[in-house]
Design a protein around this ligand. Sequence first.
Ligand code: GDG
Length: 754
Amino acid sequence: MSLNHQNSLEMVATHDFICISNRLPVDRVIDADGKPGWATSPGGLITAMDAVMREKGGAWIGWPGVADEEFEPFSKELIDIYPVMLTAKDVEQFYEGFANDTVWPLYHDVIVPPAYHRDWWVTYQRVNQRFANEAARLASPHAMVWVHDYQLQLVPRMLRELRPDLTIGFFNHIPFPAYELFSQLPWRRQIINGVLGADIIGFQRPADGGNFRRAVRRLLGYKTKNELVWEPQSDGAYRTIVARSFPISIDVAGFEAMAKSPAIQERARELRHQLGQDKVIMLGVDRLDYTKGIRHRIKAYSELLADGRLSVENTTLVQVASPSRERVETYRQLRDEIELTVGRVNGDYGSIADTAVHYLHQGYPREEMVALYLAADVMLVTALRDGMNLVAKEYVATRFDRRGTLVLSEFAGASDELKQALLVNPHDIEGLKDRIVEAATMGAAEQERRMRSLRRRVADHDVARWSQSFLDAMERSRLLREAEERRDASESASTEYAVSGSELIGALGDFSRQESVLVALDFDGTLSPEVDRPEDARALPEVQNSLERLAAMKGVSLALLSGRSLASLRHVSRVPDSVYLVGSHGAEVHDPDTGEGMGISEEEQQLVSRLGAVLNEAVEGIPGVWVESKPVGHAVHTRLASADDALRATAAADSAADSLGVLLKVREGKNIREFAIRDVTKAEGIRLLKKRVGALAVLFAGDDVTDEDAFLALSDGDVSIKVGQGPTAATHRVSSPEAMAEVLHKLAILLESR
Ligand code: GDG
């Protein structure tokens, strides 16, 4: 944080990192002496942001939950909080209206009809502008701003217009609907354009990202390629936006620690005792919301009681339905319906001794929720549509005893990851009933087997990892843009760097004066023109000649870095033995001195094989598409396919890869989509080589987006060359492999003559 003079009257603190959400992570409280203050609400988001906020001197902008009252900025536990004022009318039209009665139902598959009101839209824009203005005022130059959720979809664009220097992230916590539904929205273009003001756009599921990119193509006609959106700029260039999934999670260690606390365990025992020691206790925990499938759950349970498959003597359902959006009419109606149903079920099936449904329309402290999770034999998550559903992950995190069964809706984002739950389609009441009975009667060994696997997944992917991966993506975007700006500043953006251009020759001259250098080159598209069959690729003859000269020089280490497997690279490159070969984007390294490579574990190998099997099955029969095996993954090639078939193949490959239920690293190149079980980039390959050969300077040339990682890994004094068109972090550009041949020829001359 630093202090700036915003204008002569006002001293304003500025921040390098800002988080914006509709609701602040604090609640207004009045203490015992009637003194007002602020209490941190222990939500997942603040836990996720806590470390980064402290480290970066972050600020949080949001509404404190009280209408018509202005609050001064304040600090709470090292976070600077800037309350935004909402009038009662704003709350009604922006929050309850447009956000919760237009966007929320529309984005949750129109489970209830969305209401479209022009005055709500006007207020939504006005309030979004207020949030954007505040962020623009508080952000330091080149700061990062992370905007959260569907209430603030216009903020990214508004902020970009005010402060183009910022790196902006947007995360959508709820689903993004299919185009056929989204297109109902009268302001669909404005919303898409608003979100696209961000550099990084995050969604819960890959399918949400796909829906969003489709809406971008249909409504604005922008090109998208896999996870990238290309937004045309007024100068003819393109801005690259990343729109992809970042599945959110919870503070796993925090939940587990609570579950292990003696007080909470004692409370869990007490709950079990009160509910019936020998009963199967089923639990639902939701905000009272029509998306959560509470009615479906109660209906299925009541039918099971009616059928006699379950009875109130040996089961009970505890339903916590915490109050939510009570001023919105559809929520009032839902509450009435649920309460009517619960009353009927209890009236029809309960007895003096046994209650069928314990219905609790109350909010509870987190400790009580954890005790309930521990007491429950079966957790019912039957959402009709849910971005993620954190309750499912919380239940798993607390069950360190590896007992309990999770029944989980396929329509909750969590089902992408929690494959060992009993997955269910909540609309299929018969199927839901079968799943509930299966869960209620599941043996201990099977519970343990499933819970062990669920817990491993959740433990490996906690909320810290989620926020870190989003922030890393923002940081990467910031670095790329800075590199572009540096290049633009040194020469006009549209000018191609010619080989004979003084800039590049000057850089090559400086580079060649170093005592020990590393010349690292991508192969396909950089040294060899593109060919139909990958095995036919060959370096241009002039290039081959320069490579042989460079390979023979003292003080020069030569390396080829490719996305190809090592074997394939060795086959096509035909370079002298002294050349370092790095295959599979850095996953495989061949050191000519030691002959060493980098291995992968047996477990990883098995996962790679499973991935290969599902990908092959998914694209089988699609003309012009094939799957190439790589050491840590597989690549789907679409170069020979028609545009339609290529799209069909990548979509099929995406869902096949999703079906494995593991988070894969997906990388896209020209007509190629790679799925890897772990991250390997050419940047790591470069770092490894530089260290191994002890080079003082590095030259790297490449043509593909996968080469951008390597460009970013270079430092001052290094030379980076992009071959061909497209946005790049490289400092120099040449037009083609032929032009690159000329560069290498000149480089060989310069190095030879030192
Ligand atoms: C949105 C998206 C996405 C509930 N009642 C009480 C209570 N809770 C806590 C739960 C959980 C949280 O509230 C609810 O999170 P969910 O993920 O289940 O659902 P939404 O509120 O709809 O959240 C959702 C999420 O954003 C994050 O991106 O997963 O899909 O709809 O943590 O434990 N907590 C306490 N008392 C209660 O009575 N203390």
